[in-house]
Write a protein that binds this ligand. Sequence first.
Ligand code: DHB
Ligand code: FE
Length: 280
Amino acid sequence: MARITASVYTSHVPAIGAALDLGKTTEPYWQPLFKGYDFSKQWLKDNKPDVIFLVFNDHATAFSLEMIPTFAIGTAAEYAVADEGWGPRPVPKVFGHPELAGHIAQSVIQDDFDLTIVNKMDVDHGLTVPLSLMYGQPDAWPCPVIPFAVNVVQYPVPSGRRCYNLGKAIRKAVESYDEPLNVQIWGTGGMSHQLQGARAGLINKEWDNRFLDRLIEDPEGLSQVSHIEYVREAGSEGIELVMWLIARGAMSDKAPTVKHRFYHVPASNTAVGHLILENN
Ligand code: DHB
Ligand code: FE
């Protein structure tokens, strides 16, 4: 049987990808941010997954206002790195795991979550920046990745509650896969940020840290937080945080071990949050 051994949570700010790609990680602005991931890179070397189930959001790159799936699972063998306007990032292409992805789709859809099946998709910074933060700049990503895209761009977006319950269905799906795979689930996006309007640049450290506390200790309660609270307290793009609840819902019901916690402001317009939780 496959098992979810750990979950990783991280912001995905595109400027972080540019800083890496342009060799700016030791500049004073970026150095403290990348330092927060030193532990994580070592941890990932010591805790190598067979597959990463990576919950992220597409930013009108693969999808657009013409077609917006609420939840989309990547079942392809590989995914090209998207051109988001400056050419594709110079990072390796992403290999998928069609067998496990197909199994998860079957199980989760039978559990009444209507996933969109995606057999071809270019992946944007929402997926590649978390990989870069955790792996640095390898010639090839060390393991297959199942991309799981969530609509947090165009309302109506899914509730935290639904995301948390979907995570539980993903856990059940993984645990019914007939091969002893070590699976990590990553929840990405957030933390507080607002990219437009009068409140652009909004950062709410207190709310973000309370979110991290509750994600660890009280995910069930946290899953009840309304959309309006995310938007009011964490800014319009703070709603990306509902994706973290999918990863948390996929963890065991027992309290997790907190391996790493990091919070940094600012990175571009955004607060960066990062957690590593191991299953018990
Ligand atoms: C920024 C953050 C994001 O999450 C994003 O998708 C785009 C831009 C930013 O802070 O610049
Ligand atoms: Fe984003």
